[in-house]
Design a protein around this ligand. Structure first.
Ligand code: FEO
Length: 393
């Protein structure tokens, strides 16, 4: 692979990982991913913006053939999918200095044992001249680690955002051509790793919007030639207002909980609430995360196993709690055989949700008429709560 020019003297030198199917041994990657690295040639200095996952160092190096000198290596983020090749790049270019935030310096020393004398740390808003081009470093903490920053190249009006605005999407095209496809991939990415830092991202978004940007070049997925598309999407995702949406992750062992879910989904749908149900026996956890971005209500559906909730619901509850979506309401429905503490235990697992807990509906054995009546009441309560907040669909 040869380096590809995205604008005069600015080259894409990253690696597309078509086959990767799991990130952090946790996050499903149905569409693969990419580790974007960019080379900027100024009239006096040359800079490499991020590296690639260490498994793909060879791909990076094949594109750096013929690049005699790199003066600076900007490390926007210390996570290894972007920093992992730094030691190899520093070995190949012994005069190159790593440019990063003070926090990133410590992390890169810890994670990769980068020698201390190879660093130049930069403050928020600090600039670095390459001759005819000037890099401005914009600290954007918590997208999604504390040390993260982006680089604004004013002369070309490009913002190199690293993980911020990224998408796990392997593609041969450098630029976004199908915004609908990228929207889903970027929303999945936001949901899985950015959502817990939603309120901090609101501030970072304002910082980015204050610059005159013609192009956003992230570290995963295609480059945005129309930055407004992804900036507007992020503004919606990080906003404090959920939508008129109920999400129901559930599991069923013998059909009772499934029957309750089916009833509740039908009732909510008839009343105008958009519902997304996920059978955790066979669900892409990323799809569930995407739904949590907008949901106003989360209903956990679980049978009782050894008096507590089913382990798959425990996993989903733990995940939802960690992702800290903007949901306002939550509850539990499900059935039990002889004794249960499933509802209390699920509620105890989600303190991070900061929700009003609506009355659970738990039935003994298969649901009877009174149980369906309780589900109907729950649906009416959800509708009423959503209406009180005047939520948009
Ligand atoms: Fe793409 Fe947080 O690394």
């Amino acid at each position: 692979m040869n380096a590809r020019e995205i604008k005069k003297d600015i080259f894409y030198v990253g690696a597309v990982d078509w086959d990767r199917r799991l990130f952090d041994s946790l996050i499903p990657l149905p569409d693969g991913t990419s580790y974007n690295s960019y080379l900027v040639r100024g009239s006096e200095k040359t800079v490499l913006l991020d590296t690639v996952d260490p498994a793909m160092t060879g791909v990076l190096f094949s594109q750096l053939e013929g690049v005699a000198a790199i003066d600076y290596l900007v490390a926007h983020h210390a996570e290894q999918d972007h920093s992992g090749s730094i030691p190899d790049v520093l070995a190949k270019y012994p005069k190159a200095k790593v440019v990063c935030t003070p926090k990133a310096k410590g992390m890169l020393i810890d994670l990769l044992r980068v020698p201390e004398d190879r660093f130049v740390t930069v403050g928020d808003g600090e600039t670095l001249s390459l001759g005819n081009k000037v890099l401005e470093f914009i600290h954007t903490p918590w997208v999604h680690w504390p040390e993260t920053m982006g680089t604004y190249l004013k002369e070309d009006r490009i913002f190199f955002s690293c993980d911020f605005f990224g998408s796990h999407l392997a593609a041969s095209n450098l630029f976004v051509t199908d915004e609908g496809r990228v929207y889903e991939a970027a929303k999945r990415y936001y949901a899985e790793i950015m959502m817990p830092f939603r309120t901090t991202i609101q501030k970072n978004l304002e910082k980015v919007k204050s610059r005159d940007i013609q192009m956003i070049a992230p570290s995963h997925g295609p480059i945005y030639p129309r930055p407004g598309f992804i900036i507007d999407a992020y503004a919606d995702w990080v906003s404090d207002r959920p939508k008129n949406v109920a999400v129901i992750p559930y599991i069923s062992m013998h059909g009772s909980t499934a029957g309750m879910v089916q009833y509740l989904v039908g009732s909510l749908s008839e009343k105008g609430v958009m519902v997304e149900q996920f059978n955790l026996a066979d669900t892409d956890i990323g799809k569930l995360a995407i739904s949590l971005v907008d949901a106003a209500t989360v209903v956990f559906g679980t049978p009782t196993v050894h008096v507590g909730p089913h382990p798959k619901i425990v996993y989903a509850a733990h995940l939802a709690n960690a992702l800290r979506p903007k949901a306002k309401f939550a509850t539990v429905i499900g059935s039990f055989g002889w004794a249960t503490k499933a509802a209390e235990q699920i509620v105890g697992l989600v303190p991070g949700l900061k929700v009003e807990v609506l009355p659970p509906v738990i039935c003994k054995g298969a649901p009877r008429e009174a149980d369906f009546k309780a589900l109907e009441d729950l649906a009416q309560t959800i509708v009423k709560k959503h209406k009180e907040l005047n939520l948009a669909s």
